[in-house]
Design a protein around this ligand. Structure first.
Ligand code: S3P
Length: 178
């Protein structure tokens, strides 16, 4: 398999992985794959339902199987659910076959983007504010996010088309793709 056969977008909820991933896939003429969408399609249930009915540990195992399957292919833009980097197996599988780009944004930007959305079960908590919850999760994930990434882009610093351009150029340069 060629080096960096896939382009992997990772990072916290709300950084723009799905939006940017679709656009990058279009530009590179790659297949677009989103771990959350695949999980939902295959189980015929929403992420919130999966968390509620199966619990997070089982959700992570389902997610792990999808990641392994996607990483085994090539010419894909893989947009990962925010918790994918938490498992060592996922980090290894994705780094082995992909250029892994960690997308980030300040908490205030993430809060604005996620707004009142209710389909992210990990953020639904009464014990703390959304901001506190995000900050705590981000801190807990910092090391795993760092460990999976080949490079990092702060998506709040550029417009969406600029960010896409940045990612596509980076991928082309690293892989030598024309
Ligand atoms: C999660 C992120 C979500 C989804 C699930 C858990 C996480 O995906 O997989 O709610 O653990 O960060 P997005 O990052 O696409 O919102």
């Amino acid at each position: 398999m060629k080096a960096y056969a896939n382009l992997v977008l990772t990072g916290f909820m709300g950084v723009g992985k799905t939006t940017l991933g679709k656009m990058c896939a279009h530009r590179l003429n790659f297949e677009f794959a989103d771990t959350d969408l695949l999980l939902e399609m295959r189980s015929n249930a929403s992420i919130a339902q999966l968390f509620a009915e199966k619990g997070e540990p089982e959700f992570r195992q389902m997610e792990r199987r999808i990641v392994a399957e996607l990483a085994a292919g090539e010419n894909r833009v893989i947009s990962c659910g925010g918790g994918v980097p938490l498992l060592q197996e996922n980090r290894q599988a994705l780094r082995q076959t992909g250029l892994v780009i960690l997308l980030s944004a300040p908490v205030e930007t993430l809060l604005e983007r996620i707004g009142g959305s209710t389909h992210r079960p990990l953020l639904e908590t009464c014990a703390e504010t959304r901001q506190q919850r995000m900050q705590r999760l981000l801190k807990a994930r910092e090391a795993d996010y760092k460990a999976i990434a080949h490079c990092k882009i702060d998506t709040s610093r550029y417009s969406v088309p600029e960010t896409v351009e940045h990612i596509v150029t980076l991928y082309r340069t690293v892989t030598g793709m024309p």
